[in-house]
Design a protein around this ligand. Sequence first.
Ligand code: SAM
Length: 355
Amino acid sequence: MRPVERVALRARFGLIQAARVGWYASQSYSGTRLAARVGQDLPPVPKPVIEAEAGVPDRAVLLSYVRDLLLRDLENIENGLYPYPRDEPGGLAGLVKRRRLYLADLPNIIRRRATRSHQEIEREASGRPRYYMQNFHFQTDGWMSEESAALYETQVETLFLGAAAAMRRQALVPIADLVRARDQRHMRHLDVASGSGAFLRDVRRAFPRLNIIASDLSEPYVAMARGAIGSRHGSGAIVAAAENLPFADGAFDLVTNIYLFHELPPKVRPLVAAEIARAVAPGGRVVIVDSLQTGDTPELDGLLELFPQLFHEPYYRSYLTTDIAGLFTDAGLSLESMWPAFVSKVFVFRKPQGG
Ligand SMILES: C[S@@+](CC[C@H](N)C(=O)[O-])C[C@H]1O[C@@H](n2cnc3c(N)ncnc32)[C@H](O)[C@@H]1O
């Protein structure tokens, strides 16, 4: 890249990412104000109990972590590991529309939080595990509707001050490394618990010829993930439980999984780790991104304590002290690297040859 191109790229990246973070931070602020107004007519929410010495970091501290993450993101782009981030779907009009939908639904979430209602979904006859059929994060319809799938990414970006996409992009770094040495047309990638597919949209842009399979337990989310991947031959999206993947042993060169383990009951986590380890081929990679855990970044420990007190996250506390790397090494993989990315953490595992 010529120096003048580098300067232009940095200026564009800086401006757009600052605007993006500002947009979601202001959305989060509007949400807080709305919560205070709506909450006046609801039972009071218990005051959060925080034991971490540093308390809950203020917004300036959080923004400094977001800045560090974005600088790393920029460095990865400049090093050619993945392309410049895509534009927001639908441009500014799309953002405005999603902000309206987000704020229109927020009073429902605030009511559920105040009344501790997290079981508003019909569980019988769904064919899904009981632990899954809850209003995670107090979200409307849990995972079970098109409306929930359409709102999900906006809710996540608002929670993470616009940094969710950049945190997920960290997973592209080891994928770039793997793809560099291989012909991507002959590589199979499985993404487990894909959600609405925001990460896969970035994977598709970075590695246009990769064969990508998305899987998730929610039909509406799978439908969105299918749209994110596109219609390339050898790619697709299916409804499947992470603890019972309908694929042959070693069927994939790469398996990714983002933000699932913190939502699984402790007994299910080793089952999912074993399934992922089974599905990846010897010599292949597994890339996991999930929440930071207690002690990873002590300044943020208070935030990790706050999260499950504000949102319905029934298994998050146990996640905070679970040895995630141990689950995968017990399943036969070896840990290659692990690093924090703001409030997330990336794990890269390898399946030994002959494993
Ligand atoms: C927090 S979202 C993460 C989605 C996406 N990977 C992302 O980066 O945002 C958790 C996702 O896991 C899915 N999920 C939860 N339990 C699952 C299970 N046992 N098997 C498959 N998918 C599951 C949910 O439907 C939801 O889409």
